[in-house]
Design a protein around this ligand. Structure first.
Ligand SMILES: [Zn+2]
Ligand SMILES: [Zn+2]
Length: 950
């Protein structure tokens, strides 16, 4: 059975024996290790980022379970929000928001509901295949009535305590999706793109002054229609220049933009311009009487090194909006909610705002109000889901007042343990600069905001539960009320102030409010599970990729502080991003990465797991995914260990024990010391949530075990002396037993393969390694300096092997002696060197030299040559045996045919040893048979052989 098939077999074993369920159930409720799994969307297939999170979120629960904690794990699905709405719009061929209203909200929402869990089976397959353990089938969903009811409860509590307000805010807005986007939505997905557009320096004529113009720069010509003011910096120097017959005003420091001959006619501070009136470029119908069109002081926000030092102000910018509020200027929104011109020149009405740019440039040029237009390259935000250019827009919205809780957020951040540590600082900065949280969305498929407003007196009522709504609503309300818009919009209240009708406001929740409510809503707290909650909040551990620091982690933190004034999690592991091999973003259309299921199919889940866990991803750094590196891990780790296990399985011995590992052999002592140290080191690192370092310890250990311990102990495993064989086997049993437990969180399949072998031999009690306990470091097994001495031994062997290679003498050719100078090596280490190098004698001269030297005696005496021949013969015969698929219990008669005297002499001299090593009863120096003869060369001389099973 191949390694991959073994992994698949283990998945079945876990399922059939309900090992995961038992691993939770067998631990006490009173000793929980609390874990929150962030809910993903099921609207796409799982990618490497998800696989990384499966693995990270699996290691620590497994580890703490083995440390005797109860770690309940429940899957969740994020069901709401724009991603799913956008998929449904595409399928329903909807281009505009109002088409949704026309088709009917309930039809649209039910369509979303039907699509939202489309890929759950693919997710389940991948979760299982990667060995991630979680309650999957009973997953919570953010669209569950119970989930949404908790969201209502939380909102009402926050509202009642005065943290919620209704305001207008300038937000980046997608005119196609007709909804504002939050800061995190924009920064998370890299929405900014470099684009080149026409910019303009427009001329604004000063009122009551002929031929005098203020120059103002704009990269968005369409906004000039809604201009309400010009801003200058009162402390900056401005000049009035004469160009031909016209006078132009701009900042002195920006004179280099003037391409023609000019004469400075005046110089003055910006303060002198303040309150001067100018003529607007366009007339709009809205609130014209309030229109100032005067010059304001924008202070230091008006820069001296960009544009003209005079800034055009319209509603479409954060700074502009701040100024418009400060100077009480009117809000002119000349672009409608769908991004089309609603106010301004009549013949442009209905034009898409980006198309207005061209018209404005042409028009101002024809009216001699454009000083300059040129290409301008800048980064501009686009909608992450529909790729429409975003605009700033002032919108009615509901906010959570973050400023009110900011000091608590900052203070409690100090209680959170971030891994890696540096993230804490970054998070602190995010907190310090956090704006108020806009929690309303002008969309359809999400939990409805539970706010009812009176049509008459505009009184507000916030509802916090279905029960409350049953008490208040005019219509009758079922217990299992669906809290989506298309249902609750039909419910009305009677106004508690004036007795009139109250309607629900149209907005729904930002889906981050929903996912941030996960610790409570997943369990329908406080409507249910109040006792359970006492033991399961806050969580001990959460993990996500770095983009979630300002998203899910932040929103969970905010809600938890608002609810309880406490942090919702104690330890956070932050992952980096997985990029394609060339360092670019993984992209399905570019096909620049291998399909994850293919990788798992070739190298197995464990290889991918430990590749990710050992990487810098676990230090929140990005990683270029390289299939070649997975392959290397597969070879260096999985196959090496798999072969050690196969080797171990070869020997059937009675009286094995996992505890009887005391051996006098130095290699045994060394590997026991090493696995004991491994226990200590991995425990320390996992307690510190550092899988990268822990994984490296493990990979190195496996290499030591396979390429040093087993390799140099082979003969003892095959020894005729039972004591020697038992010592080696008991040592390896002890090592494999401990190793299987240490591996369990990292590579659960490999760990199980080893453990089941021990179980087969009745050496362990639990049904699965994952039900067993984490090993404990045993100080008494520690042997100081042993590791150093063995490392020196390894170094000597490695260098000597290089010498052998240079002299072109194969290892099976025994050599007389090796002389080491300047090194002290005790007898038993010398023996390892002698055996590993196949030399008869190790001579150590304790002369003091700077660096130790090795002198390999390469003279091959007659005696050594005969021995070499015998060894070559043994090796070839054993290969022959393997080809014939003979097992260790099969005995043979060996026939050979050669006339070479040296070979014949070697066979005579080493007859007994050859018989023993190839399990032959007899050796005949003649072959009668004609078939199945195998021929090979010894020292360039051909020899024919034939094996007969006896
Ligand atoms: Zn959009
Ligand atoms: Zn009222």
């Amino acid at each position: 059975m191949s390694y991959i098939e073994k992994e698949e077999e283990i998945i079945q074993f876990w399922k059939e024996n309900r090992i995961f369920e038992k691993s939770v159930k067998y631990r006490s409720i009173k000793k929980p290790y609390v874990f929150y799994d962030g809910p993903p969307f099921a609207t796409g297939l799982p990618h490497y980022g998800h696989i990384l999170s499966f693995v990270t979120k699996d290691v620590f629960p497994r580890y703490w379970t083995m440390k005797n904690y109860r770690c309940e794990r429940k899957w969740g699905w994020d069901c709401h929000g724009l991603p799913i709405e956008s998929i449904c719009e595409r399928e329903l061929k909807i281009n505009q928001k109002n088409e949704i209203c026309e088709m009917g909200l309930s039809k649209f929402n039910e369509f979303c509901r039907s699509k939202v869990l489309w890929y759950t089976n693919e997710w389940k397959t991948m979760v299982e295949r990667m060995g991630k353990w979680i309650e999957f089938d009973s997953a919570y969903k953010t669209m569950d009535n119970s989930y949404m009811e908790t969201v209502w409860f939380i909102f009402k509590k926050i509202y009642d305590e005065g943290y919620v307000y209704k305001g207008k805010k300038v937000l980046l807005y997608c005119p196609r999706c007709e909804t504002p986007l939050s800061n995190s939505e924009i920064s998370m997905d890299n929405s900014y793109k470099e684009i080149t557009e026409k910019s303009i320096i427009a001329k604004f004529k000063l009122k009551d002054k002929s031929n005098t113009f203020l120059l103002a720069w704009s990269t968005t010509p369409w906004t000039l229609i809604g201009n309400v003011a010009l801003a200058i910096n009162s402390k900056l120097s401005y000049v009035k220049i004469k160009v031909d017959k016209e006078f132009l005003i701009l900042a002195k420091s920006r004179l280099d933009i003037i391409n023609e001959n000019y004469k400075i006619v005046d110089e003055f501070k910006g303060a002198e311009l303040v309150n001067k009136l100018y003529e607007p470029l366009y007339q709009v119908s809205a609130e014209t009487e309030k229109l100032g069109h005067f010059i304001i002081d924008g202070g230091e926000n008006v820069l001296s090194e960009e544009g003209t030092g005079i800034v055009h102000m319209a509603i479409y910018g954060e700074f502009d909006y701040e100024m418009i509020n400060k100077y009480d200027m009117p809000i002119i929104q000349h672009i409608d909610e769908q991004g089309k011109l609603a106010d301004g020149p009549k013949n442009w009405k209905g034009l898409w705002f980006k198309d207005v740019d061209k018209e404005v440039l042409k028009d101002l040029d024809s009216r001699n109000l454009s000083y300059l237009t040129e290409d301008y390259k800048h980064s501009y935000p686009f909608c992450y889901r529909c790729d429409t250019p975003l605009i700033y827009n002032a919108l009615d919205a509901w906010f959570i007042n973050i400023q009110k809780v900011k000091s608590t957020l900052l203070k409690t951040n100090k209680q959170i343990k971030w891994y890696p540590k540096e993230i804490s600082k970054r998070y602190q900065y995010i907190l310090e600069s956090a704006p108020d949280w806009c929690i309303s969305r002008n969309r359809f498929w999400a939990t409805a905001l539970p706010i009812w407003e009176c049509v008459q007196c505009h009184a507000i009522k916030v509802v916090g539960s279905v029960k409350e709504l049953q008490d208040l609503a005019i219509e009758s309300v079922p217990d299992n009320l669906d809290l989506h818009r298309h249902v609750v919009d039909d419910l009305h209240l009677e106004c508690f102030e004036c007795g009139s009708i109250m309607n629900r406001i149209p907005e729904v929740f930002d889906c981050w409010f929903e996912s941030g409510s996960m610790p409570y809503a997943a369990k329908h707290y406080p409507f249910e599970n109040v006792d359970w909650f006492k033991h399961n909040f806050p969580s001990d551990f959460v993990s996500e990729y770095i983009g979630q620091v300002r998203a899910w982690f932040y929103y969970m933190h905010v809600i938890s502080i608002l609810m309880f004034g406490e942090i919702p999690f104690k330890n956070i592991v932050v992952n980096g991003n997985i990029l394609a091999e060339d360092g670019t973003k993984m992209s399905k259309s570019k096909i620049n990465f291998p399909d994850p299921s293919l990788i798992v199919g070739i190298y197995g889940a464990d290889a991918l797991r430990i590749y990710l866990l050992a990487s810098q991803l676990m230090r929140a750094k990005d990683l270029n995914f390289k299939e070649d590196n997975v392959k290397q891990i597969y070879r260096r780790f999985n196959l090496l260990l798999f072969n050690v296990l196969k080797f171990y399985s070869l020997f059937e011995i009675n009286n094995l024990s996992i505890n009887n590992f005391k051996s006098e052999n130095i290699l045994d002592k060394w590997i026991i010391n090493l696995v004991n140290n491994l226990t200590r080191d991995v425990t320390q690192r996992l307690d510190d949530y550092d899988t990268a370092e822990a994984s490296k310890f493990i990979i190195n250990f496996v290499e030591d075990l396979s390429t040093w311990y087993v390799k140099n102990s082979r003969n003892r495993f095959k020894s005729d002396i039972l004591k020697e064989q038992l010592e080696a086997m008991n040592t390896l049993t002890y090592v494999l037993h401990n190793l299987s437990k240490i591996l369990a969180p990292f590579t659960p399949f490999m760990a199980e393969m080893i453990y089941q072998k021990l179980r087969e031999r009745k050496l362990v009690k639990c049904k699965s390694v994952h039900l067993d306990f984490w090993p404990v470091f045993d100080q008494s097994l520690s042997i100081p300096n042993l590791g150093d001495k063995m490392n020196l031994t390894k170094e000597i062997v490695q260098k000597s092997l290089e010498l052998r290679e240079k002299a072109n003498i194969p290892l099976r050719q025994a050599l007389k002696k090796i002389t080491l100078k300047g090194v002290s090596l005790e007898g038993e280490f010398g023996e390892i060197v002698a055996k590993a190098l196949n030399v008869k004698e190790v001579v150590i001269k304790n002369e003091s030299v700077l660096k130790f030297t090795i002198d390999l005696d390469t003279e091959i005496t007659k005696e050594l040559k005969l021995e070499g021949i015998a060894r070559t013969l043994i090796r070839n015969i054993n290969n022959y045996r393997k080809k014939m698929k003979l097992s260790t219990i099969n005995r043979i008669n060996l026939y050979l045919n050669t006339e070479n005297d040296e070979i014949l002499e070697a066979i005579s001299k080493y007859q007994n040893e050859i018989k023993k090593m190839v399990q032959a009863d007899a050796i005949f120096k003649k072959i009668d048979n004609k078939n199945n003869i195998k021929t090979f060369k010894i020292n360039q001389i051909e020899i024919s052989t034939y094996l007969e099973k006896t």
